[in-house]
Write a protein that binds this ligand. Structure first.
Ligand code: SAH
Length: 253
């Protein structure tokens, strides 16, 4: 059988009309692995041919679900983190799966001064913002921050005893003094690198979204974020997989 070129494969991809109501978007394979295993999701090889993103599908209590990863950078063979990859993945996810709900899942930094602890799982509420798009001109300033509303999941958070907070997105793992001041001003509680980009694309398509994020690091402490991230990654992603399933029960029954 002749293998399709990326272009032919992409045309075929555009012709497939699938409908999966709930889609997760996740940046790193390590963040998604426990969930892919727990739900026995299988890769859909027709998804986004020639592009790095990868989709996995399956069901949860008979409800179809999909999980889409940003995929790996060809040159560095590392997970594509950050807002560009998240934007592309979200558009492709909407094109292919036509979801009714998008959930941005993954790890994040928390703030000790706001009571965060390693392994805590947060749901986003009331919105998702960008903290590193500084344009000090009226109007442009607010557009830079974004401030996208998310699905109101407060009752689920209450029932499952999960914390809620504003999720704040930027393209760096570290936190500059300027970032910190803006995060404080925007009331950010959960710092990560994809959610606001996903929220922006979801908003364009009027598709509801929210985030579920597990804390790998506390950004307002002495210890370097990258070291904390590596130490707590396993704890965080295992908690994430457990809480995602509890949230799915509340959402889907
Ligand atoms: N250093 C890691 C990879 C990058 S961590 C490694 O070696 O494996 C950055 C990823 O985790 C991003 O996808 C981001 O969304 C999330 N993240 C976790 N903690 C973060 C923090 N404190 N600030 C920003 N992003 C964070």
């Amino acid at each position: 059988m002749r293998v399709l070129s990326a272009k032919e494969g992409y045309n075929k991809f555009n012709d497939i009309r699938m409908q999966i109501p709930v889609c997760f978007i996740i940046a790193m394979e390590a963040e998604a692995k426990p969930l892919i295993n727990a739900l026995s999701l299988k890769e859909d090889v027709d998804f986004a041919p020639g592009l790095p993103c990868r989709a996995f599908t399956g069901s949860f209590n008979n409800n179809p679900i999909a999980l889409v990863l940003n995929g790996k950078d060809e040159q560095y063979n590392l997970d594509l983190i950050g807002t560009q990859a998240a934007t592309l993945t979200t558009q492709l996810t909407i094109d292919y799966f036509h979801p009714e709900l998008i959930i941005s899942a993954g790890t994040a930094g928390g703030f000790q001064r706001k009571g965060a602890e390693f392994g805590d799982v947060y749901l986003s509420y009331p919105n998702v913002v960008f903290h590193d798009r500084r344009v000090d001109i009226p109007g442009w300033k607010e557009m830079g921050f974004g401030g996208y509303s998310v699905k109101d999941i407060r009752s689920i958070a209450d029932e499952l005893n999960l914390k809620t907070g504003v999720v704040t997105t930027g393209n760096s793992l570290d936190m500059s003094a300027q970032d910190e001041a803006i995060i404080e001003q925007l009331n950010g509680e959960v710092k990560e690198m994809e959610a606001a980009a996903i929220a922006w694309v979801a908003t364009l398509h009027k598709t509801p979204m929210f985030c579920i994020k597990a804390v790998t690091d506390l950004v307002d402490t002495e210890h370097p974020t990258q070291e904390q991230f590596m130490t707590n990654l396993k704890l965080a992603v295992n908690n994430l997989a457990i809480k995602v399933q509890e949230v799915l029960i509340k959402l889907l029954g």
